[in-house]
Design a protein around this ligand. Sequence first.
Ligand code: S3P
Length: 452
Amino acid sequence: MSAAPSRSATFSAAGPLSGCVAVPGDKSISHRSLMLGAIALGETVVDGLLEGEDVIATATAMRAMGATIERDGAGRWHIHGVGVGGLLQPATALDMGNSGTSTRLLMGLVASHPITATFIGDASLSKRPMARVTVPLSLMGAEFTASPGDRLPLMVRGLCPAVPIEYRLPVASAQVKSAVLLAGLNAPGITRVIEPVPTRDHSERMLRGFGADLVVEEGADGARIIALHGEAELRGQPIVVPGDPSSAAFPVVAALLVPGSDVTITNVGMNPTRAGLFDVLRAMGGSIEALNPREAGGEPVADLRVRHSVLRGIEVPPDVVPSMVDEFPILFVAAALAEGRTVMRGLEELRVKESDRIAVMARGLAACGVRLEELEDGLIIDGSGGGPIGGAGGVPTIAAELDHRIAMSFAVAGLASRHGVRIDDMAPVATSFPGFSALMASLGAIEREDAV
Ligand code: S3P
């Protein structure tokens, strides 16, 4: 559950959006900074950490397992780790809130330590499947007692020494890959993860940065083979976290959709395993310029200048899905305003995110008068051709289902709507994008908080 009380709000059509803003730090990199810092020896100093609820859940859990973690001004955090193998038994259940990444990656860390931990979470997280991580981690020797359907609350009993395994990912999931690699850090010998479809590679980049012996090769079938030598010794690092492309996605699409807009978002992470949305929007005719490309903290970053554009529907190639898996809700909104038909398939993983993102987006867009067809693995959307969306009967109310990205997607839809779009609860936005409302308002967005 989001720590904040629920808060409904209506977003409505604004004049052109303009300005230059920076989005908060990358969520995936922030989680990994805290986790790797907590099991490294020496000090890790992080700049630009995302101070959202999901990442704070990771920090609280790592403290409960022995790490010293202190905040020293906005986004700057100091971590003193316990060393690989040094995690302590937490005294109470680890509350993961809304965060699937915290849960699955930490299950990997606990799996190869001689400790037992219980994971609990909010209503959304408690519905999400955990078998994808309990299956490989059981092969490594960990024991699990889960709620029906392999869900939270769930208890993990780690094994030390754990058994290193070779594991071929049955789903394209960076969380599963990372859980196995993190468990492998404290297992003797080599743990191998075979990834038929590449997913975000922050774990690999950061493990190497912390000094792990990790090699990536291409298999005969083109799969990525990641080999990690266990009983690793990690050394604390300075880390600079780039802006989260998954958060930048919202002002980017807002600027494309609102006529006359011209917006720059600075310091956006452009790792190719994350930046698929920007390529797809460009293929739809979106004007997105990557200015001043550079490297920061071992990741490519750039400033994005985005101008209002007439978008055209396309068929989105399914092989881009892993590089924009979190961005489909906002792409659906862009498609709803495009000329013609956008076909998006291969999205079955969206059904097990913070909500069933295909069903929840389809319901919400239909309430906004958008013509669409829901498929088992995607959506086909017939766009408005740039005209404002919105049902005939006034302001539609969208149920965000405790899903931050659904709430932000419909906030953007509201900016391109006839009468406004009301979101039943904006509180979950704090899990990944604290300051979303203020940032959008600074660009010229109109948000009216509803009286309770
Ligand atoms: C993440 C991986 C993705 C993504 C999530 C963050 C990560 O999940 O949806 O928001 O940090 O590894 P899957 O790996 O399950 O697709």
